[in-house]
Write a protein that binds this ligand. Structure first.
Ligand SMILES: Cc1ncc(COP(=O)(O)O)c(C=O)c1O
Length: 400
């Protein structure tokens, strides 16, 4: 038997998509002009789906620090954090993130995916209970399947449903509830205060993934837990450098007195090479930039509200009633409409994400935008105009 036969259904589904001149899975950025523009297939294109929330990928200070780290320490560490892969800069970055979050401890991972994989699979062992939102990111699901815990899902953002699940778990059992501050597909916020309070009422430990909220939520930019004043109810916060921080890597912070034990228990931390010094240097500078980010976050929120209002007024069906985050998603009726819309919008000069199941909840076909603090107001208006033109080009009716 050919082991690859099992993927035939994916090929068939892809072949059924009516792409003609461009396909989202084969987009190549030929030239990246800035955080908000690239040349793709020979055309200048507005980037409106890159998770580059704080617009720091071309931050001059971070680039200089990365270049210096390359000269001083070379291109990579060639080792795990627990062998030869811990340099002074890894420790300095962990200290900086712990300072940023006001926590005792921080562990830096090679990606945010690995931070979730590592924390979740290591914290929850056989006989423990892991309780996760049904719309959790793949890294949370994968962490669940890597551990041996009993995994229980609750309905997306449903506090009562979470409470019903917690009620049924034997008293005294180890329990970890994992939620995201902002959900990456629909861009909706978790009712974090109510959720974390219920968790604590039932003696559960909590992990909040702030991948899509760090940088611009909360006064200091720590995320949704800060925004709602409930950081003291989070046992662990996980984040990534691949969005607001503008590079690659992940982290977990905590005040738990035994947190450092994870460095010698957590396989996705131990059995992989550490981040290259140039990445570590740029992450450090960009986190410092976020900490003193002035009006960057404010401009990002203005952009988000402007795009949401513009698309809603034009008659698009929005995933959320208001702009809860810089992820502004438009719902399309089915995969065929989503396919045609994505390609036509792209040919009209705007790149967004076509998101469909299994990345989205069942039945959700999205044009998912994720805005940047570097988008100008004029670019936001161009994005709105391109959406409206695209709807007209493909005959999608709007109801303003
Ligand atoms: C909610 C969430 N958590 C974690 C991650 C993983 O981040 P990274 O890109 O650093 O692996 C992502 C990435 O998309 C995410 O959306």
């Amino acid at each position: 038997m050919d082991l690859l036969d099992k993927f035939d259904y994916i090929l068939e589904s892809r072949e059924s998509m009516p792409f003609q001149k461009a396909d989202p899975l084969t987009v190549v950025m030929d030239e990246v002009l800035s955080e908000t523009e690239a040349v793709i297939q020979g055309r200048r294109t507005i980037l409106a789906g890159t998770n580059n929330y704080m617009g720091l990928t071309f931050n001059g200070e971070a680039i200089d620090a990365a270049k210096k780290a390359l000269d001083d320490f070379g291109t990579g560490t060639t080792g795990s954090r627990v062998l030869n892969g811990t340099y002074g800069s890894h420790k300095a970055l962990e200290a900086e993130i712990a300072r940023f979050y006001g926590t005792e401890h921080c562990m830096v991972f090679s990606t945010g995916y690995q931070a979730n994989l590592g924390l979740i699979s290591t914290l929850c062992a056989k006989d423990d209970y892991l309780i996760i939102d049904a719309d959790s990111h793949a890294s949370i699901y994968d962490g669940s399947s890597m551990g041996n815990a009993n995994v229980i899902r609750f309905k997306h953002n449903d506090v009562d449903n979470l409470e019903r699940r917690l009620k049924r778990i034997p008293e005294g059992a180890g329990k970890l509830v994992v939620i995201e501050g902002i959900y990456s597909m629909l861009g909706d916020q978790a009712p974090i205060k109510e959720m974390l309070e219920v968790c604590k009422q039932y003696g559960a430990m909590t992990l909040v993934d702030e991948a899509h909220s760090m940088g611009f939520c909360g006064e200091k930019g720590r995320g949704v837990a800060e925004m709602f004043g409930v950081e003291h109810l989070c046992d662990f916060i996980v984040g990534t450098f691949s969005k607001s921080v503008g590079t690659v890597g992940g982290f977990a912070v905590s005040n738990h007195p035994k947190f450092e034990t994870l460095r010698i228990a957590c396989r996705p931390y131990m059995f992989t090479a550490s981040l290259p010094p140039s990445v570590v240097a740029s992450a450090l500078v960009n986190i410092q930039t976020i900490a003193r980010s002035g009006n960057r976050a404010q401009h990002l929120w203005e952009n988000s509200r402007r795009l949401h209002a513009g698309l809603k007024d034009a008659g698009f069906t929005m995933a959320t009633d208001t702009a809860e985050s810089p992820i502004i998603a438009v719902l399309l009726p089915d995969l065929e409409a989503a396919t045609r819309f994505w390609e036509t919008l792209f040919l009209n000069g705007v790149y967004v994400n076509l998101s469909a199941p299994p990345a989205t909840p069942a039945g959700y076909f999205l044009m998912r935008t994720s805005l940047s603090a570097q988008h100008s107001t004029a670019q936001i208006d161009q994005i709105i105009d391109a959406f409206v033109k695209t709807a007209s080009d493909i005959g999608l009716s709007l109801t303003p």
